[in-house]
Design a binder for this molecule. Structure first.
Ligand code: WTA
Length: 653
């Protein structure tokens, strides 16, 4: 029988403030305030307790936390191995035969694949042995350019097992993007596949991988046969995954890693044209991944957890690989598109596999809203007990639709705020505690603290907005560096000084209990359909086309994708603007970054508005695409350019 587990508190002005029911609390890992109180009293001691309880260490730390601004360390001189914690630990228990990964291929007639913890253990050991035989050593970088197939988790854990540092690149990024990242990471080996399925099509990934390997230090390429495409294999460089595994050892000793050894690098977009390699370290990352997975999603052994994020993003790393496996959970992985063969594919998967905890992005929710509630209502979604969102601010309408149409009004919506840099979630309400308020993420995770400051560095009062910062002790899973670029790391601690990690996010202090509403990026980083992109990177890509003289990209609000890039482009004198050229520029963006970065609109203009010193005034372009007053243009070198642009854009403001 359907039982509501959530109830609305009527004694507030906010009708849409929800709290967990007593029945829900009964089962929850965290159900009362005492945990927050304990954590606040001594955050380092609190994390030490969690570290001991959650993971098995080969050697304990001498010191829990050290802070030498702008650097911090956790669990100093401790030794552990994350693959050991995600696998070896579980196969010694009843979890040995528990499903670790339920993999659902995109073609609806193809069968799912279920890997038990023992299956995963065996495959990781074998692939770790393969990596070793290819000459990969502790500290070497391994590129992983794979679609959503279990080999991606196997490859990641195999790296972790031998102490190699993986750098996963989103499979929808172009070969050129891959190459740029592999050069920076100085990778030795690349793991990729022949291809994958997307919306019923076979996508050839190996062609892009080949472009990505060119001119890098990559010596060997391992290719997973997923689709059976006829691909080019380079003699002496490329090897089939399945052939290498034939003779691989079934056991590979897990390498003891120092808590502060890097576990992986993940490239993300900053405000410059060059992506930055966010570096995470072993011990702290694993502890935060473990506890945020367990508590945010209240994961129990009988749960089926589905995080829909691609592995190429941090959400895929922490909640589509490390977190659930460290906890010993069953997780679902789906290869393809949400609308293949029809717009109810996700809900059909939820029903078939009885997914209980479902974690996705607001952009996906808005897409489903647009497709209509008939699609989810065709399926029984009663198995779901917790919903999560991540990646961008969620609007109230989408929150309520998710809560009512997917969660049947009985599941908490956990709105998790975090970043590639933070490694794991940091601001959200816990399911057994609440409150769940549309557009309000919640409080700092126990043992971490955030503040919201105004321009002058003063904390803002409740109800006011400002800039979100994190204060020491910094969360254990936070980045430790930017790969080979400490100067860029230091930028996080420059805005308000070394005491504050600056998030580049706007936020509003919701109430006096520490609840926070996030309002979006305040720098030139866009979130397009939840994907993090830099305007500068896109500008570089467009200007690298031979017909282009100059380009400025700004983000414009979008009903479904949250934000979309709009490109203002000035062409070379001899070039005629045309729709054909727009198409060509889009193709050029696909090849340079990937289709996720495609501008929503390209606007040709003879001139871009500039200051007297020649700087493009992006502020004016932003106002134009938002139909907002452009303000004072008298300080411009070319105020007449604004009039021309108004016509091009169709400005109504
Ligand atoms: C945004 C994704 C509002 C934010 C895990 C942040 C959010 C950026 C939320 C990081 C949320 C993420 N509410 N905004 N719940 N979660 N963001 O590195 O602007 O891809 O700075 O990490 O996403 O994006 P990234």
């Amino acid at each position: 029988m359907f039982k509501p587990v959530m109830w609305v508190r009527k004694d507030t002005q906010n009708d849409n403030m929800f709290w967990p029911s007593d029945e829900f609390k009964k089962k929850a890992w965290v159900k009362d305030e005492s945990l927050y109180t304990e954590a606040t009293k001594d955050p380092a001691a609190f994390w030490a307790k969690l570290a001991r309880e959650g993971l098995e260490w080969f050697k304990e730390w001498d010191e829990t936390y050290q802070w030498k601004p702008p650097y911090y360390k956790w669990f100093l001189n401790a030794k552990l191995n994350v693959s050991f914690n995600a696998l070896d630990r579980h196969i010694k228990t009843w979890r040995r035969n528990k499903a670790a990964i339920i993999w659902v291929p995109e073609p609806p007639n193809e069968k799912e694949r279920v890997l038990t913890y023992f299956d995963l253990y065996r495959e990781v050991n074998r692939f770790a042995s393969v990596l070793k035989s290819l000459g990969v050593k502790k500290g070497d970088r391994v590129g992983i350019y794979l679609p959503m197939i279990p080999e991606v988790q196997i490859a990641m854990l195999a790296c972790t097992r031998i102490g190699a540092i993986h750098s996963v690149v989103f499979s929808a990024f172009s070969g050129k993007s891959l190459q740029e990242r592999m050069v920076d990471a100085e990778a030795k080996v690349l793991v990729t596949s022949d291809g994958y399925y997307r919306r019923g099509k076979q996508i050839n990934l190996k062609v892009e991988a080949d472009k990505g390997v060119e001119g890098t230090s990559i010596e060997k390429v391992v290719v997973v046969k997923r689709v059976g495409l006829n691909v080019n294999m380079v003699e002496g460089r490329d090897y089939w995954w399945h052939e290498l595994l034939e003779n691989a050892d079934n056991y590979c000793e897990p390498e003891p890693r120092d808590s502060e050894d890097p576990i992986f690098i993940l490239y993300t977009s900053g405000t410059t044209g060059k992506p930055k390699g966010v570096e995470h370290h072993t011990g702290g990352y694993a502890v935060q991944a473990y506890w945020t997975t367990k508590w945010d999603f209240d994961l129990h052994d009988e749960d089926v957890f589905w995080c829909t994020a691609d592995i190429g993003w941090i959400t895929g790393h922490t909640y589509g690989c490390y977190g659930p496996l460290l906890v010993g959970a069953t997780m679902l992985e789906y290869e393809g598109a949400p609308n293949h063969p029809q717009q109810d594919r996700w809900w059909s998967i939820v029903e078939t596999y009885g997914v209980t905890v479902f974690y996705t992005a607001p952009t996906a929710i808005r897409m489903f809203m647009q497709w209509g509630e008939n699609w989810p209502s065709k399926h029984n979604l009663d198995s779901i007990r917790i919903l999560g969102t991540v990646g961008e601010p969620i609007n109230e309408e989408a929150w309520l639709w998710y809560f009512n149409k997917i969660g049947g009004g009985r599941c908490p919506v956990i709105d998790t705020w975090w970043q590639t840099e933070t490694g794991g979630t940091l601001i959200n309400s816990l399911p057994g505690i609440g409150p769940f308020i549309p557009t309000v993420a919640g409080r700092s995770f126990p043992g971490t603290s955030h503040d919201i400051l105004d321009e002058t560095g003063k904390p803002v009062p409740p109800g006011e907005g400002g800039y979100l910062v994190q204060t020491s002790p910094f969360a254990p899973g936070m980045l430790r560096n930017i790969w080979k670029n400490p100067e860029r790391y230091k930028e996080y601690f420059r805005v308000y000084g070394e005491e504050y990690y600056y998030t580049s996010d706007g936020a509003r202090r919701w109430d006096e209990f520490g609840n926070i509403r996030l309002t979006g990026r305040v720098d030139d980083v866009m979130k397009v359909a939840g994907h993090r992109l830099s305007t500068a990177e896109l500008e570089n890509a467009i200007t690298s086309h031979e017909a282009v003289v100059e380009c400025a990209v700004v983000a414009s609000p979008h009903d479904i994708k949250g934000e979309v890039p709009i490109a203002f482009v000035t062409l070379k004198k001899e070039t005629e603007p045309s729709d054909q050229l727009k198409k060509e520029l889009i193709k050029h963006v696909d090849a340079t970054i990937g289709p996720t970065a495609r501008p929503d609109r390209i606007i040709f203009s003879n001139e871009l508005p500039k200051t007297r010193s020649g700087k493009i005034m992006r502020r004016i372009l932003k106002s134009l695409v938002r139909n907002q007053p452009v303000g004072d243009t008298t300080t411009l070198m070319n105020p007449e350019s604004v009039q021309q642009l108004k016509e091009e854009v169709g400005f109504k403001g």
